[in-house]
Design a protein around this ligand. Structure first.
Ligand SMILES: [Zn+2]
Length: 261
């Protein structure tokens, strides 16, 4: 139920902000967080995997950590039970398109079909419509992001910290490299289709939590972003009576755009 509220809020924000280029494309969420909010998002692409994703869900449950799964539609249809479990345990299930094409090399109609069919498969399994998507290989551009956020009504969520788990590092190596770089607001990219990733995650969560981080789903960070942008918009509408205030508003908007693009 809560997730439905989240979805409506995010969609509402997006419709109002659709002309502000770049604000629906996210890497780090650092600028939307309070000074002491040490939130990070673990994200897992390319699943669900029949054996590994349930193992990962066991780990997340034991450690009280929430994550986001950017699932492929073609696999979502094969394992709806895994996705239903993920949602019931407080995780986000989000859209990583149907079968992983390079979106910049296919038509807009095909992009729509890739996203829409995946959202339908997710909704069928979980009764939740995803609010964010991630382009395969992170391959996108500003015009495609605009198309996705306005036409498909979804936030495009990239990442700010790549664990490079697809290169099969040892768990120790994955953890130490991630811990050296991690900052509040980071979105960590992992894949729940590699056994080595699943081995590394318990230690990574332990170290993140020991360092004071809370692991949250991406939808929570999107809500933080929407609240921040709402507050900025409210501030700008109440202070447009003098030239000085108007120019401050312009600066704020430019900053929001610049960091996000
Ligand atoms: Zn992928």
């Amino acid at each position: 139920m809560l997730l439905f509220v989240v979805a409506l809020t995010v969609h509402g924000e997006k419709q109002r902000r659709s002309k502000a280029k770049g604000e629906d494309t996210h890497y780090s969420f650092a600028k939307y967080l309070g000074k002491d909010e040490k939130l990070v998002a673990l994200t897992f692409d390319d699943g669900p995997h029949q054996q590994l994703t349930p193992r990962l869900l066991d780990v997340l449950k034991a450690k009280n950590a929430k994550a986001t799964f950017y699932v492929m539609g073609v696999k979502a249809g094969l394992h709806p039970d895994i996705l239903a479990r993920a949602v019931s345990e407080g995780h986000d299930v989000a859209n990583h398109v149907w079968d992983h094409p390079v979106l910049t090399k296919i038509s807009r109609e095909e992009v729509h079909e890739q996203i829409d069919s995946t959202s339908k498969a997710i909704a069928k399994a979980t009764h939740i419509t995803p609010v964010s998507m991630r382009p395969p290989y992170g391959n996108t551009n500003a015009r495609l992001n605009d198309f996705i956020s306005s036409t498909e009504n979804m936030a495009v969520v990239m990442w700010s910290l790549d664990t490079l788990d697809w290169k099969h590092p040892s768990p120790q190596e994955l953890i130490s490299k991630a811990m050296k770089r991690v900052k509040a607001g980071d979105v960590l990219l992992c894949h729940d289709i590699h056994a080595g990733t699943i081995e590394a995650i318990p230690g990574l969560i332990d170290q993140l939590q020991a360092a004071g981080y809370t692991l949250v789903p991406v939808s929570l960070l999107l809500n933080k972003a929407a609240a921040f942008l709402d507050a900025a918009a409210a501030a700008s509408t109440t202070t447009t009576t003098t030239n000085g205030a108007a120019s401050a508003t312009t600066t704020t908007k430019r900053q929001l755009r610049g960091v996000d693009s």
